[in-house]
Design a protein around this ligand. Structure first.
Ligand code: NAD
Length: 508
């Protein structure tokens, strides 16, 4: 980012960028224009930093969802027939605008979510990278495969499925929404986006940048509102052919039921309770840094966080001591201060949930090691210190439930079989991390883990062409690379006979 990033400059930038949201209720964005909603109803958006009122947000109704879905349906024919090269050009322009406004996006997201600038700057740029990656795939998105036989040429083609709904959560909302919206647009689909009600601001910025980049009206629409009203209507709307959803597992199962009558195609990225398994032959320094990074970055509000660290008993005490020492030095501070790692949690309700696990850990018999808090934290914010739960066992709720905060549960294991058994004994199956210098064991454990993604001797380093997604209660389907197009497109097989195959003669 070329823009200023000192604390003072970020504070000044926040005043400038957030003023518009305080001045007027945040509208929907339908058919290329701001839209005030049919019900004249709004909900308040509060700062995680100090509880201050950041602005009002239009509360979407089924009528608003209907308007957006119809706009997306009307725009579909033109957009789906726009040549891939032209879609590519427009989507690269969106990426250009994201890069030009990366500091604005990062500051806005940081104030709206409490996530620190250290990570939000990268997240904004990752949003641009997502657009560029999928833009480049647009020209070949319709291409299929040739599967000939001696009698026939079979070839496949792909066609965009139609208008789709994208429903996103409040952790890194901008980046996550681009991960869904960019491939949908590249495939030729039109989109209705329902962002999380706790972090609505940057969805509007994305719609504005997309419009400025030349995306035709109706191709990307945004409707704000609550999950059980606006979100539910979107999942039920007959014009919407598929729903890409990122959020909690329980919400996923509700959406499955809501979408059933209209036979929605669904893609779910849900919760996780991801194990990081550290064997005693691992590069301990790197494993420590990775375990710390993957739980205390992004406020621990991260689906792929390393929320359970499984440590071989031979090194358990030493590893846990070193984890605790490092964790105590992770700074909590104002999210706009570039030196802060942990900022306030998104919402008082989430704060209460995360903190309830501190007491629960003690009640369950684990030891709670607390990190530092921020002495000057503004009153009224959702401030939390990082914690490490040691001496835990895998049957405890702190080892089974997704806390979604800066809280790491440390569990000892005896050998490889024990590690795999503990790792897999959870409802979730999103990601797993394995640390060992025994290459064969690394592969064996990776194969045995019930997870959609495994990293060996690595933290979560993403490569956009690779598949992303989870098993069990962590999700249905994959995106990334061509997997995204498989979701947003229908595959058709066309069989052409050479003219000499036998056609059975019935009836003479
Ligand atoms: P959530 O499920 O409460 O909400 C997510 C979105 O769904 C919001 O926009 C919400 O308004 C909407 N929603 C709620 N009820 C709905 C309904 N009945 N119908 C339609 N939409 C509805 O999740 P959250 O608390 O915002 O986000 C945190 C969760 O997201 C965590 O579980 C986290 O692991 C998960 N997550 C998963 C991934 C992944 O890739 N697997 C990535 C990020 C976050």
């Amino acid at each position: 980012m070329a823009d200023p990033t000192t604390f003072e400059q970020n504070l000044a930038a926040a005043d400038k960028y957030l003023a518009r949201f305080a001045a007027l209720p945040l509208p929907h964005f339908i058919n290329g224009e701001p839209h005030g909603g049919s019900a004249n109803a709004t909900f308040a958006n509060q700062s995680p930093i100090d509880g201050r009122h950041l602005g009002d947000v239009t509360s979407g109704t089924s009528t608003d969802i209907d308007a957006a879905a119809r706009a997306a349906a009307s725009a579909f024919e033109e957009w789906s027939n726009t040549p891939g090269a032209e879609r590519k050009r427009i989507l690269h322009r969106v990426a250009d605008l994201i890069e030009e406004h990366a500091h604005q996006i990062a500051v806005t997201e940081s104030v709206d979510t409490g996530q620190t600038m250290r990570f939000m700057g990268h997240a904004a740029l990752r949003g641009a990278a997502n657009f560029r990656f999928f833009a480049d795939q647009a020209p070949a998105a319709n291409d299929g495969r040739s599967l000939p036989t001696p009698d026939h040429v079979n070839y496949t083609t792909r066609h965009p499925i139609g208008p789709v709904g994208v429903i996103t959560p409040w952790n890194t909302p901008f980046m996550l929404s681009t991960w869904k919206i960019a491939p949908a647009l590249a495939a030729g689909c039109t989109v209705v986006h329902k962002p999380a009600e706790w972090s609505p601001f940057t969805a509007h910025l994305l719609a504005e940048f997309a419009s400025e980049a030349g995306l035709p009206p109706g191709v990307l629409n945004v409707v704000h509102g609550l999950g059980e009203t606006a979100g539910a209507s979107l999942t039920e709307h007959p014009e919407i052919k598929a729903i890409a959803f990122v959020g909690e597992s329980g919400t996923g199962s509700k959406i499955q039921a809501q979408g059933a009558p209209s036979l929605k195609r669904l893609h779910f990225e849900l919760g996780g309770k991801n194990p990081v398994i550290v064997f005693d032959d691992a590069d301990i320094d790197r494993a420590l840094d990775a375990a710390i990074f993957m739980i205390y970055s992004l406020n621990g509000e991260r689906c792929t966080s390393s929320s359970r660290v499984l440590i071989q008993s031979t090194i358990y005490d030493e590893f846990v001591d070193r984890l605790a020492n490092k964790m105590k030095r992770v700074p909590v501070g104002h999210p706009l201060d570039p030196s802060s790692v942990i900022g306030p949690l998104i919402h008082p309700r989430h704060h209460e949930k995360v903190c309830s696990y501190h007491d629960l850990a003690r009640d369950e018999g684990a030891t709670v090691v607390r990190g530092t808090s921020w002495a000057d934290a503004p009153a009224g914010g959702n401030w939390v210190e990082p914690v490490l739960f040691t001496g835990a066992t895998n049957d405890m709720r702190i080892a089974q439930e997704e806390i979604f905060g800066p809280a790491l549960t440390a569990i000892a294991f005896s050998d490889e079989a024990d590690a795999v058994e503990i790792a897999n004994r959870t409802d979730y199956g999103l990601a797993g991390y394995v640390w060992t210098n025994d290459i064969a064991r690394g592969h064996r454990v990776a194969h045995a883990l019930e997870a959609g993604m495994v990293w060996i001797n690595s933290q979560n380093v993403r490569h956009l062409p690779t598949p992303f997604g989870g098993t069990k209660a962590s999700g249905i389907g994959r995106d990334g690379g061509d997997w995204s197009f498989d979701f947003y497109m229908e595959t058709k097989n066309i069989a052409v006979a050479f003219g000499h195959h036998v056609i059975p003669k019935l009836g003479g």
